[in-house]
Ligand binder design. Structure first.
Ligand code: FES
Length: 125
């Protein structure tokens, strides 16, 4: 099953200056994640405006139907972060329930978890 990376493309980190920057930090990170995930089997990306974590951007969400959802933040728009996010999404896609063992976590995502959201109960909600 596909794991979807949702990247907030409106995140602006502390110090972001609209008079100096032509893109938001989120737009920069989104482009890098899209590139890093492009050839990763079982992983897709999308952009979304504001994941409601503005004070700790840049933010992404990792989701797949029937699996745990993870929200991660405090990323700088850097290639290492993007590669780690794409790799973590690949491991999430390969996992049974979305839980990836700690020892497999890419270094770049450690310390960036914001929340874990359980799957919806299968009660037609
Ligand atoms: S602008 Fe990215 S979480 Fe609000």
């Amino acid at each position: 099953m596909t794991t979807l990376i949702t990247i907030c493309d409106t995140c602006k980190r502390d110090g972001w200056n609209p008079y100096e920057a032509s893109q938001t930090d989120g737009e920069l990170l989104a482009a890098m994640v899209e590139s890093a995930a492009e050839s990763v089997a079982g992983v897709e990306t999308r952009r979304h405006a504001c994941l409601m974590g503005c004070s700790h951007g840049c933010n992404v969400a990792i989701q797949s139907e029937g699996k745990l959802t993870y929200v991660l933040g405090r990323f700088a728009p850097e290639a290492e972060a993007a590669t780690g996010i794409a790799e973590y999404a690949r491991l999430h896609a390969e996992s049974e329930n979305g839980q990836v063992p700690f020892k497999q976590w890419p270094l770049a995502i450690k310390g960036h978890f914001v929340s874990r959201i359980p799957t919806l109960p299968n009660k037609g909600i």
